[in-house]
Design a protein around this ligand. Structure first.
Ligand code: GUN
Length: 300
């Protein structure tokens, strides 16, 4: 293996420390305590794990955490009423509605009901438009985490060829916008892309966000390229024993690490950065709401 391993766990701990430092300053100098409200509708087990983890990390950096757990059959009107209350609450600086929502709820309608200034996920249509036009916005957490690691590794990204594999609203599209904002030449590839291996071979930076286990093999990677693996897939691992599983990314780690210059592992790469960036966005939103300077290095 020749690639440098980009340690997302350590990077995330560093981001959290910077957030905690800023939270202390907000309290000491201004008497302000940032608050994050997380709304979970239903009992999806993976979502429950994420929400618990978000709450724990929010209080660990010294912020207030407000959890709202609603029944799976909650009506759209009740959910919108809760969002209106959170929008109006001056103690709440960030609002996150955990996705996916149960099928009877219109996700676009719900997300667009959040005050864009409190939309720490960066999913509101206003924030999507602001990001797309290079204006100050709330930036989706996972792509923001990827950008921070890429900037740290490369310094300037200017002029590099970046291929984003995956075109989701949560990762692929905002990731492409951020890379474009840092003057990369950006290609968004997806399931219909012709000759995907050849497209990926042209990349100095590959961001894989497709949700398909180990889809990108080492022979698609240009020697020395940086590989950011957003995928978190649980697959069977019979070699570990009956019924055992393990986590893998969207890239085939061993073969890609042979060729890449740098690579994020799974677990311990992009994953830990997502919640760290959520905390960073909450502090940023709190500073903006109070007309105070934003923390440096924690935004796009
Ligand atoms: N579900 C999976 N990822 C996310 C995320 O980044 N934000 C929200 N709100 N829900 C998610």
């Amino acid at each position: 293996m020749s690639a440098t391993i980009i340690d997302g766990k350590a990077f995330a701990a560093n981001v959290r420390a910077k957030v905690a430092e800023h939270v202390t300053r907000l309290k000491d100098d201004h008497g302000i305590k940032p608050g994050l409200a997380v709304v979970l509708v239903g009992e999806d087990p993976a979502s429950q794990v994420y929400v618990r983890s978000k709450g724990k990390q929010t209080t660990e950096v010294g912020m207030n955490s407000y959890e709202h757990k609603l029944n799976a059959d909650t009506s759209e009107a009740d959910l919108l009423a809760l969002i209106a209350r959170l929008n109006a609450d001056p103690e709440v600086h960030g609002i996150l509605v955990q996705l996916p929502l149960p099928g009877h709820l219109n996700e676009d309608l719900v997300i667009n009901a959040i005050d864009p200034a409190k939309d720490v996920d960066g999913f509101h249509i206003s924030n999507v438009g602001l990001l797309g036009t290079g204006q100050k916005s709330m930036v989706p957490c996972t792509p923001l985490g990827c950008l921070m690691m890429l900037r740290d590794h490369h310094g300037s990204l200017s002029g590099l060829n970046a291929v984003v594999v995956g075109r989701s609203n949560i990762v692929g599209k905002p990731m492409a916008q951020l890379l474009l904002g840092d003057s990369c030449t950006v290609t968004i590839a997806h399931s219909r892309t012709k000759d995907l291996p050849e497209v990926v071979r042209g990349a100095d930076i590959v961001v894989a966000a497709v949700g398909r286990p180990e889809m990108v093999p080492g022979d698609w990677i240009k020697p020395g390229a940086t590989v950011i693996d957003v995928g978190i897939n649980r697959i069977d691992a019979p070699e570990k024993g009956d019924g055992k599983t393990r986590l893998v990314g969207d890239v085939h780690f061993e073969s890609c690490a042979e060729v890449a210059g740098a690579i994020t592992p799974v677990p311990g790469g992009v994953g830990p950065m997502t919640i760290a960036c959520l905390l960073a966005n909450t502090v940023t939103a709190c500073c903006r709401a109070n007309g105070l300077p934003e923390p440096q290095g924690l935004t796009a």
